[in-house]
Ligand binder design. Sequence first.
Ligand code: HEM
Length: 526
Amino acid sequence: VQVLRSYTQLPKGTRWLPGPKGLPLIGRVWDIPRNHSYKRFKVWSDKFGPIYQMNIFGYNHIWIASDKIATDLLSRKSQYFSDRPPINNLNNSKDAPEYLPLLGYNDIWKRQRKFVHGVMSHSVAEHHHNVPYQETKQYLVDLLQNPTDHERIAESFTGRVISRLAFGDVRFDDDLRTHSHALLHAISPAANLPNIVPQLRLLPYYLSPWKMAESARHDRERAFFVELFNAVDQQIKDGKTEPSYMRTFFENRGKSGMSDLEGSYVIGMVGLAGILTTASALMTYILAMCLYPEWQVKLQEEVDRVCGDRMPEPKDAPQMPVLRAVIKEIMRWRPVTPSSIPHESTEDFVYEGYFIPKGTHIHPSQWAITRDTTTYPDPDTYNPARWLDPAYPTYQFPLTKYPTIQNFTTFGYGRRICMGMDLVEQELLVGVGGMAWAFNISKKRDEATGKDVEIASHDYTSLLISRPRAFEFEMVPRSREREELVWEGYDEAVRTGEIGGRKGGEGSPRGSGEFDYSSDAMREKA
Ligand code: HEM
């Protein structure tokens, strides 16, 4: 029936997109690995072209490996391509007012997106109240003490930032992290079978381990969001004046058209969206500096020239094209969501003679797009020069403004483009800039052999938000003076109340001064 229907559906004068041949109904599902499936989709785009299709489990899917085609469809024709496919492991992801990024293209999404746009624009106008810069002081001190724990430390940094911005209080960072990991697991195809085989959602509750686990996760998340809502309510009653997205919700209660529960969900979701994504990019920076140390040297030269003895600040950005190039290349080289977040079409559409039926799932395949050799020569090499040198097709002038990560392909397209771009930019400017200012990062030296411990260039997790798996590296302060400055900046921020300081209020344990300040040796090595 499926095949027959597809033949009768094709309008006159149009044709189907090319694509891998498979069996009716299941397509080529056996050929799609559960881990790093985006690499398989790239192999097919190399074979079938920058846009191809395949039917899997009754759904028509299209993969796009070209920024131009993705822009043509998802941005220029966004009125037809702004829906989302359902996440089958969640209960009604398209219509329940709970998951803004996963909602269908409907009135609930429009209302929520408008509201979030309003609160975040205010935050952007206020330069996010300088929160990312302030929290970097703790980020650096945490790294100083325990660099091997950099994954948790990066998540804590982004968690503290969004906790303060969204809820006016730093103390929700840990819980936000926990819930964002749980949600990521629930929605990732590699972690839950119903996200690959949609028919599994038809199983009754008592036969479905996925439904049971998801129901428990959902209830915990709901309770947490309500707790956040009540906490801000209490802050306001106590006369605290921290600005926050939730506070804005309270101030406009009734005007946004959202119930209190919906408001708590929307802002809770923004909180969850803001943690693991940016943290992944911070982790990739460490990996990139181990593998391409020459860029650490170039970056540190710029940081020292522009900032000297102080940490980079957002206002330095126009004078720091190398820093912006290092960041943009992180986003290109190892996209945070390499499989992308798919869109769904709401109307039949004909693109250059090819028929795209309504209900098609569209994947702007970030892995393939960022490996398009016409735009990115030698794409597997981490090379920030492609943003700085006029010899490359991606170079843009003036360097006081470009490169910028705003609207970059890895933030998606059209009406569904990421809402956190400005915040990400700030966090990475100060987070990456701060690391370059404070630390030398390098491969770990094997004491026994005296050689570097080799690390993989691409050993990344397979969840929707991808990050490097644990790898060995060294991160040491660039000098005793820099270490002291990191502590001084932190102490000062705690003293003036800019940041809360360490949990439990035990004050700042000073560094031991035990580091091997091998910056000169490292530079030579680089
Ligand atoms: C490196 C960091 C980040 C990356 C790479 C990223 C990437 C993305 C992508 C690819 C999408 C889907 C776009 C599309 O469908 O075309 C998205 C949506 C979204 N992002 Fe981000 N994101 C990041 C950080 C953030 C942060 C920090 C926040 C908020 C604090 C945020 C909030 C959102 C929201 C609310 C959506 C849903 C938009 C919608 O469906 O209408 N993101 N992001």
